[in-house]
Design a protein. Structure first.
Ligand SMILES: Nc1nc2c(c(=O)[nH]1)N[C@H]1C(S)=C(S)[C@@H](COP(=O)(O)O)O[C@H]1N2
Ligand SMILES: [Mo]
Length: 325
């Protein structure tokens, strides 16, 4: 589906319609393969489909490295990052998303951005992908359960998208709603969370350069189990703030409710900054296990304040982070 003009009639002023080299190169590979294997017509319909398929999981997605915002720590092996997941819409076992997420249809896909903005819009995913040059950033991601990974993500700053819709002066929070479709997501039969999965950030957190709107990892289009076709990665917060498979972004005057906070408010606060000094009520957050690197019985690593992303500390000056956990 290609929405040239969104239903609400408001179009985005694109900084450029130039296809990022990454996407272009990926498409060229794909078209070359198509041409070699099949005789395909050149009607509009086929063209649209080729474009859609060019973004299928596993498709190469090159991006400009951003060393300044990347850790040089050893990367988690691809097989661990794609087989040890939390994506409850596909089941609660770590291996469930890799086994079940093949039923997720990532095209057609739109993301609606609305609320306290001057230019609300419904964007087709392939348009969203081209809004800004793609970067590769190697981030640590720390799960509230006590494990972490180091993953080369591909995306662009969320701030870029938010600026384009022109937030009003009332916008103080951002709410992210993710897909909840029973026909694609077997995990929705369980009442483990109140679906859809919803997360939120304060406006300044969302606008922080580290907050990454993510469409790929390890140089390829996001595997379904990692939140295709578009997710958030907020590296200084526990992993559950990094919502997967986003369909709606709403700017709000008030703090939104969030799925994890609803399910257990004393365990999962709205802020959920990685904080070794604030224990989860049922376990310590002082240390972590690095998936894929350390064996289960290896000594654990010390968890760092803000997951080591000290540059966000100034967002919280004057706030008691034990109270706002
Ligand atoms: N929609 C949705 N997003 C989600 C989750 C989920 O269950 N559903 N789990 C979160 C949690 S708890 C973590 S740790 C990260 C895991 O991301 P990864 O599997 O890519 O490492 O995704 C987050 N995003
Ligand atoms: Mo998590």
């Amino acid at each position: 589906m290609f929405i040239k003009r969104p239903p609400n009639g408001i179009d985005l002023p694109f900084p450029s319609e130039i296809t990022p080299r990454a996407v272009y190169e990926g498409r060229r590979d794909f078209l070359a393969r198509i041409a070699a294997t099949a005789a395909v017509g050149t009607g509009i319909w086929e063209m649209a489909n080729r474009e859609a398929f060019a973004q299928a999981a596993g498709q190469r997605l090159a991006a400009q490295a951003n060393p300044a915002l990347s850790t040089s720590e050893k990367q988690t092996p691809f097989k661990d990052a794609t087989r040890y997941n939390n994506f409850y819409e596909f089941g609660t076992d770590k291996s469930d998303p890799a086994e079940n997420a093949h039923t997720l249809r990532t095209r057609p896909w739109t993301v609606t951005i609305e609320g306290e903005v001057k230019k609300p819009v419904t964007l087709d995913i392939d348009r969203l992908l081209k809004l800004a040059p793609l970067e590769e950033r190697i981030y640590r991601l720390r799960c509230v359960e006590g494990w972490s990974m180091v993953i080369p993500w591909v995306g662009y700053p969320l701030s870029h998208l938010l600026r384009q819709v022109e937030p009003t002066g009332n916008a103080r929070f951002v709410e992210f709603t993710t897909l909840a479709d029973r026909s694609q997501m077997p995990g929705l039969r369980s009442r483990v969370l109140d679906w859809p999965y919803v997360e939120g950030l304060r406006m300044d957190e969302a606008m922080h350069p580290l907050s990454l709107l993510t469409v790929g990892m390890y140089g390829q289009v996001l595997p379904n189990q990692n939140g295709a076709p578009v997710r958030l990665v907020v590296p200084w917060k526990y992993g559950f703030k990094s919502a997967k498979s986003i369909v709606r972004i709403r700017l709000l005057g008030k703090q939104p409710r969030t799925a994890w906070n609803d399910s257990a408010p004393n365990e999962y606060g709205f802020y959920s900054n990685v904080n070794p000094n604030v224990d989860h009520p049922r376990w310590s957050q002082a240390t972590e296990r690095r998936i894929g690197e350390d064996g289960f019985f290896q000594p654990k690593r010390k968890t760092l304040m803000f997951n080591g992303y000290d540059q966000v500390a100034s967002l919280y000056t004057g706030m008691d982070l034990k109270k706002f956990y």
